[in-house]
Design a protein around this ligand. Structure first.
Ligand SMILES: Nc1ncnc2c1ncn2[C@@H]1O[C@H](COP(=O)(O)OP(=O)(O)O)[C@@H](O)[C@H]1O
Ligand SMILES: N[C@@H](CCC(=O)OP(=O)(O)O)C(=O)O
Length: 390
């Protein structure tokens, strides 16, 4: 059956780590595999990093740029070069491609989000492989995806993909960074992302020399994608041919199973597309009814309001310790909420002096964050036996 596949490849796989030059054989194998997947009738989207890395190589720079302006300038050099290479390779296989550069704001505004959806659908219908990257050259810091792992998960959620592949320079997720921990155990299957914390995977704070997010952002991506019903696989970029085998059922890499009940498209946009403008701290009773009964949030359950926001902005709902339990669209401004927090709904009109909505966040506009709760069952994962010396 034809499926929709989103494949993200990182800088560490696209470039030679010591010289920074393009890893041409990897790119050729990737292009061949994606073209084959298209010929089998699948819809394919490639999320490709590499603009900064390739730009650095082109300009003879040996270090990743540190200032934003330099990074943006270098990305402008590298993105063009990267697309030129992809187009040459794909054209030799008669496979049309398209460049799609996104910024965070493209997914924040509902109309732009739906517009991006429409563009992807048309490209896929035309048999084109869209090649997506963050529009690094114009993205401003506070409105950045920041890493392409997250971007690829949001794209997979947007197009309701069947698979998200995160291609990197390790063959799968390990219990700790295998570069610095030779005893790290390979993990082949994660059945329930909500309990990932109990696995206590050590991810370090950064990835390879040219990579951006390391494993942290891949796990975040898996969380977003599986929550949207997308099966996610971390596997090595050096062997793109494995994608064909994986789609046919071979257990290569680390598989994160999709959550059985994916949120609706609109709720996924609230959860991941929007950027929260503030935080509401809730008492224990409110946390309980929201998490366990899926009820709306009332003013009575709010103990503290943080940030400045308008009605219909996105906010985080947190417990007293600041741990996020849900996100939603708020019906009041932050100024109004400062006045009515902790109050019963009947008292609100007389406090504000006008008729006001009964709920602060209505349950139709509220999405649970899928954080592990102390009562949730432990994570079911398969950890493979490490290779033993003979
Ligand atoms: N638990 C872990 N399992 C596997 N790799 C890990 C883990 N923690 C950290 N890493 C590191 O993450 C790196 C991949 O991330 P990154 O360099 O950002 O790659 P990419 O450019 O493909 O996005 C690996 O090279 C590895 O050293
Ligand atoms: N947008 C940036 C890539 C950001 C990124 O996430 O990089 P990586 O960790 O190599 O996937 C670029 O094209 O260089």
């Amino acid at each position: 059956m034809p499926q929709t596949l989103v494949i993200k490849i990182g800088t560490s796989s696209l470039t030679n780590p010591s010289t920074g030059y393009l890893a041409l054989s990897t790119i050729a194998a990737l292009v061949e595999t994606l073209s084959q997947l298209r010929q089998l009738g699948h819809s394919v989207i490639l999320v490709s990093s590499g603009a900064v890395g390739v730009g650095c190589a082109r300009l003879g720079m040996t270090e990743r740029p540190r200032t934003i302006a330099l990074k943006q300038a270098v990305a402008a050099v590298g993105q063009g070069r990267l697309m030129r290479v992809y187009d040459d390779f794909f054209t030799s296989l008669q496979q049309p491609i398209a460049q799609v550069l996104l910024t965070r704001t493209d997914l924040v505004q509902r109309s732009r989000y739906l517009n991006a959806y429409g563009t992807f659908q048309e490209l896929l219908r035309l048999g084109v492989i869209p090649i997506v990257n963050e529009n690094d050259t114009v993205a401003v810091d506070e409105l950045k995806f920041g890493d392409n792992d997250t971007l690829s998960a949001l794209v997979a959620s947007l197009v309701e993909a069947d698979w998200l592949f995160l291609l990197t320079d390790v063959d799968r997720l390990y219990s700790a960074d295998p570069r610095s921990n030779p005893d790290a155990q390979p993990i082949s299957l994660v059945q329930s992302i909500e309990q990932l914390e109990s696995l206590q995977v050590q991810v370090g704070d950064r990835g390879s020399r040219w990579g951006t997010g390391g494993m942290v952002t891949k796990i975040t991506a898996a969380r977003i994608a599986t929550g949207a019903g997308v099966r996610t696989v971390i596997t090595e970029g050096r062997s793109p041919q494995n994608l064909l085998k994986i789609v046919q059922g071979e257990p290569i890499g680390t598989h994160f199973e999709p959550q059985p009940q994916a949120a609706s498209a609109r709720k996924r946009w609230i959860a991941h597309g929007l950027l929260p403008a503030g935080k509401l701290y809730l008492d224990d009773g409110a946390v309980k009814v929201i998490c366990q009964s899926g009820k709306s949030l009332l003013a009575a359950g709010i103990v503290e309001v943080e940030g400045e926001f308008q009605s219909q902005d996105a906010v985080q709902l947190c417990d007293r310790n600041g741990r996020e339990i849900a996100r939603g669209l708020v019906n009041y401004t932050s100024i109004e909420l400062q006045r009515i927090r902790g109050c019963r709904s009947e008292a609100i009109p007389s406090i504000l002096g006008y008729a006001a909505p009964e709920t602060v966040v209505h349950r139709d506009n509220l999405v649970l964050s899928g954080q592990p709760s102390p009562n949730s069952p432990s994570l079911r994962v398969m950890v493979e036996e490490p290779d033993l010396p003979l």
